[in-house]
Design a binder for this molecule. Structure first.
Ligand code: FE2
Ligand code: FE2
Length: 308
């Protein structure tokens, strides 16, 4: 049976195209062109990972929290995060507004965005590495993964959406791009090796990293509320953010955007602290839609609440 006949029987014959797609070349068959165009249209309508819609109550209930590091591996994870936090403060020129700084040293809108971009460019790595390594392990060992991969890849996608959102608000400098490139080379390699050696410590490490992310966004919100960031007071969230988080009318300002991003970070924190406490080989992912019912409610992930 010829290829053309197969297509006709499957009812996939393309109607005559009225316009040339930007993807079309002189050698592109019409059917492929239509398929690409339909796919592109769908892609602009809906993302592959639709973000769950947060209620106002949910985004306002997020608190800074810390899980105590009791074991040696937990202390190692926490120590590494604290070192990275110190390095990032240096790179992004971060100064806490609580330190009684002069106006010239205080965090400005530009400095906050620089910090967010650097933070998000790093935060998008662990989920992708962990998801990829678990995927390869599943293939290699010919065993099921029990729902971990989807959560990890979704986290990486979510972090990239944070990055892309903030890129709508500034143009990163060449030195910033260079720093992101350098840190990605080091962090991707280091995290990959660490995850192969001890995925459990790595999830704990990400849990602590996300604790820091919640602190960062909480402090930015605090600065905004204190009138230290006047340019953001009437700034609207970028359209892609409004669409991604399904931000309701009247709650599409910069403050709301920070609340949405912070809620995501709190979720990553709780997810990774939970995954860090599970048996990496046999436990089911309690956050997977498929296994949530079987595993039951996830409770008491993060111990004490801490004030910013
Ligand atoms: Fe993020
Ligand atoms: Fe995060």
């Amino acid at each position: 049976m010829s290829h053309h006949l197969c297509i006709r029987r499957a009812g996939l014959v393309a109607p005559k195209l009225q316009h040339r797609s930007s993807y079309q070349t002189s050698r592109t068959p019409a059917l492929i062109t239509l398929s690409i165009r339909n796919h592109t249209q769908q892609a602009t309508q809906k993302s592959s990972w639709t973000h769950p819609v947060y209620t106002q109550e949910q985004i306002l209930s997020v608190r800074v929290a810390h899980k105590n590091a009791n074991s040696l591996p937990d202390k190692l994870a926490l120590g590494t995060v604290r070192f990275l936090r110190w390095s990032m403060d240096l790179v992004t020129g971060y100064r806490s507004s609580a330190a009684g700084l002069s106006r010239t040293n205080a965090m400005t809108e530009k400095k906050w965005i620089t910090r967010f971009i650097f933070l998000e460019s790093v935060a998008g790595v662990p989920g992708m590495v962990a998801g990829m390594l678990r995927h390869l392990k599943s293939l290699r060992q010919m065993k099921r993964d029990y729902g971990w991969i989807e959560t990890l890849l979704e986290e990486a996608y979510n972090e990239r959406m944070h990055l892309l959102t903030f890129l709508n608000l500034t143009e990163p400098s060449r030195s910033m791009r260079l720093m992101v490139l350098g840190s990605q080379c080091v962090f991707f390699s280091g995290f990959s090796i660490a995850y192969l050696l001890s995925p459990r410590i790595c999830h704990r490490f990400v849990g602590y990293l996300e604790e820091e992310a919640v602190i960062t966004y909480s402090k930015a919100i605090q600065d905004l509320d204190s009138g230290l960031l006047p340019k953001w007071e009437n700034l609207q969230a970028p359209p892609m953010a409004i669409k991604y988080w399904d931000m309701p009318e009247g709650r599409r300002c910069m403050r709301s955007l920070l609340l949405y991003v912070r809620a995501d970070e709190a979720k990553h924190r709780d997810v990774n602290h939970t995954l860090g406490g599970l048996d990496q080989d046999v436990d089911k992912n309690p956050f997977s839609a498929k296994f949530r019912e079987q595993v039951g409610r996830v409770e008491g992930v993060v111990g004490e609440r801490v004030k910013v």
